[in-house]
Design a protein around this ligand. Structure first.
Ligand code: WT7
Length: 707
């Protein structure tokens, strides 16, 4: 592969050839980089894909296995390859036409994630190292916790869970703001073999109830509330509502543990939340503090199978019903640990700051499992980047000596809008690396991050991953793989991405098509909770023998991958996936609406925003109140992130003759991109199109969403 790696090119602006422009790490960065040479990357990469068992065995040996590393000589792959002699760690079937999809890694080996993340680090002599720096919404809120203190709290809470009747395999829902208690609860579950399902604290009571019921959770951990910017979020009220919804659907929880998260109001905060008094139902509610205080701080880890579930995390699916993605212990633990080390070039003693909420996969992977497995110090931020001003993140980086900063393109675009002064006030003295995740980043935002935030000396690591892949799979290993703004570049060890044509042919060389993966890696999701059929049909049926991501991608002349976005009915709003179907179903709850289609439109900050075309029932009139009601219904049913950016009332939706809504056309109209609407030959009534274009022009002139 021929890379144009030229440090002189680093101002980046004199080169319009996007695909050819590369950036390399500074000499200073290279001094501490784990990998600096492309030939070394290629060599390890080849080894990792040719002999994944040997590659992962090497990683597994750095962890604790209660019965040693068991190598399975009887599994199907080993038998087929005829080389079962050394035994295999992997055993999987990716080919749905040959049998059920089945992925196993290291099964038979016993371990415990919490033990490996916390006890093992303490045993290395790092007990006094700070595991977390927690920073609250307001400037004066800061707490730290060492690895030893974390272990103590985790053991106490694990004992609390046991006293509440939680056993291995039971599910626990966690609906908390970003907090030390959230991490403690996750680790306590993993210590005793319970399965955590963290629900992002921005989701509505309905979404929380859906997840509690779907995962059959027996216990809920929540908080009184949290403050975001100047807004109070009444988490306990929302939790109470969701428990009522659960009860109506015959799902009863054994208890609800409430963290007192809201700061005690001082005089100037009096009006903000001092009047909020959440209800407390003694038959089910308990206060976290009281239970913790009474519990013992000793709790032996439960030795679990490598393939036992570690957690469930919900993500949107194109049918509208969220999918409970199941991750298992060993595969997830090993991959996140390894990726953390290489993607962020983790060096002993580094401080890491990831802005993702712990309720998303990025939070699980980077802030909890990856960071602890490496003995890192991580910053947890329970606030918003613009409070009290748009310099907050930069302030956190300086005040805490952050070395690696991980964020999302949407946050970058938001902060960029406020100008360079907010960044220039801070030194960024310790910052050595910046990483991104969630959606493709536009070149302008990449360059701003590189030049203004990173002062031209921090590699930008654009990491591509999904809730289902568990950890980043495609990213430029910093110091080694030259970067191109907007490209996640090349696959990590053990990962074999392919670009497929519509009929499932692998396309080589520069090409574009569907992004899929050819073989299993340890942290791939094992199933969708309670619905293996849906797991198979979502990821494995369209292209047998591949895991299909749902994304489209381009491969350029250097073999670099550029993820272009979803190819299914999914919307990526601020780096979070939502399905058109779930938004549509919320809108259809309104009795005045006959039909609706939700599509994405580009948005300068969020990347994509949701645009809905609604058809009213006869005799109904579209007015401002209806628009407010529809938006509110989406917020109540899903959460604020799903609120449509714009709504258009139209006479009819474009449909095929078989009655399928042509979202492709609506998306183009939403984007005001109507010159080339593509193939209209299947449309049943072409006059609908002209009308839609007119409505879009007249109503949509605000153009708030155009890039
Ligand atoms: C989808 C997964 C895992 C991160 C949070 C979102 C998009 C993710 C990138 C990237 C381009 C990206 C894809 C993917 N995506 N990272 N670096 N470049 N697109 O997790 O909700 O499971 O969404 O986010 O479309 O399929 P998620």
């Amino acid at each position: 592969m021929d890379f144009v790696a030229d440090n002189d090119n680093n101002n980046g602006d004199n080169n319009n050839n996007l695909l050819g422009e590369t950036f390399t790490a500074s000499d200073k960065f290279l001094e501490r980089a784990h990998i600096t040479r492309m030939d070394y990357y290629h060599r390890i990469y080849q080894l990792s894909v040719q002999n994944p068992d040997a590659f992962w065995l090497n990683i597994a040996e750095q962890f604790y296995w209660h019965n040693g590393i068991q190598r399975n000589n009887n599994n199907t792959r080993a038998a087929a390859a005829g080389d079962g002699a050394d035994g295999k760690l992997f055993d999987y079937n990716f080919d749905v036409t040959k049998g059920p999809i089945n992925i196993r890694f290291m099964s038979g080996s016993k371990t415990n994630a919490c033990y490996n993340l916390v006890d093992r680090i303490i045993d290395k002599g790092l007990g006094d190292r700070i595991a977390y720096i927690w920073i609250g919404n307001d400037l004066n809120e800061r707490k730290t916790i060492t690895y030893s203190e974390l272990k103590r709290n985790v053991c106490k809470f694990a004992n609390v869970l046991k006293i509440q009747g939680i056993r291995p395999g039971y599910r626990v829902a966690i609906y908390l703001p970003v907090s030390l208690e959230l991490v403690t609860a996750m680790l306590a579950c993993s210590r005793i073999g319970a399965v955590h399902t963290v629900v992002f604290a921005g989701f509505s009571s309905q979404s929380l109830a859906d997840r509690i019921i779907d995962a059959n959770c027996r216990l809920l951990v929540t908080a009184d509330g949290t403050v975001r910017g100047n807004k109070l979020i009444k988490l306990k009220d929302i939790s109470d509502e969701s428990l009522v919804l659960c009860k109506h659907r015959n799902h009863k929880l054994v208890s609800c543990i409430v963290v007192k998260h809201l700061p005690v109001p001082n005089s100037c905060q009096q009006n903000r939340w001092s009047k909020y008094e959440p209800k407390f139902d003694e038959t089910i509610d308990h206060y976290w503090d009281e239970l913790i205080e009474a519990a013992s701080d000793e709790c032996q880890p439960v030795w679990l199978d490598a393939e036992d579930p570690l957690f469930i995390l919900y993500t949107s699916g194109s049918t509208g019903k969220p999918k409970g993605v199941v991750h298992t212990i060993a595969g997830y633990m090993l991959t996140t640990a390894l990726v953390f080390k290489y993607a962020f070039n983790y060096r002993d003693g580094d401080t890491f700051f990831c802005t993702a909420d712990l309720g998303w996969i990025t939070g699980h992977t980077a802030n909890v499992y990856g960071s602890l497995a490496n003995g890192a110090t991580a910053v947890l931020f329970d606030g918003i980047p613009t409070h009290p001003n748009a310099g907050r993140l930069w302030q956190i980086i300086d005040e805490n000596g952050v070395n690696s900063f991980y964020t999302a393109p949407t946050a970058v675009r938001t902060l960029m809008k406020f100008g360079d002064d907010y960044v220039n006030r801070w030194t960024m003295a310790k910052l050595k690396l910046i990483a991104l995740v969630g959606e493709p980043i536009n070149r302008e935002a990449w360059l701003w991050l590189y030049n203004v935030v990173g002062r031209g000396r921090c590699p930008i690591v654009d990491t591509y991953f999904q809730t289902e892949t568990g950890a980043p799979m495609i990213f430029p290993i910093p110091g080694c793989i030259p970067m191109k703004p907007g490209s996640a570049t090349l696959p990590f060890f053990g990962i074999v991405p392919v670009i497929l044509s519509e009929d499932g042919q692998e396309l080589s060389g520069p090409n574009s098509g569907y992004l899929a993966f050819k073989n299993a890696w340890p942290s791939i999701a094992r199933t969708i909770d309670g619905n293996h059929e849906r797991f198979e049909s979502t990821y494995f049926r369209k292209f047998p023998n591949y895991y299909f991501t749902g994304d489209g991608a381009v491969r350029d002349q250097n073999g670099y991958l550029w993820v272009t976005g979803r190819t299914d009915d999914m919307l990526n709003v601020s780096g979070h996936l939502l399905s058109t179907a779930e938004v549509e179903s919320a809108i259809l709850d309104n009795k005045r609406i006959a039909e609706v289609a939700a599509v994405s439109m580009s948005h300068p900050i969020k990347g994509e925003a949701i645009c809905c075309f609604v058809v009213l029932k006869a005799q109904q009139i579209y007015d401002l109140q209806l628009e407010i009601d529809l938006k509110q219904r989406v917020r109540d049913k899903i959460g604020a992130i799903a609120t449509p950016e714009c709504l258009f009332s139209v006479r009819a939706l474009p449909k095929t003759r078989s009655g399928k809504i042509m979202r492709r056309i609506l998306a183009k109209i939403a984007r005001n991109d109507v010159r080339e609407l593509g193939d209209l030959s299947t449309i049943s009534d072409e006059s609908v199109i002209d009308e839609l274009i007119t409505v879009r022009r007249v109503v949509g002139d605000g153009d708030s969403g155009q890039q």
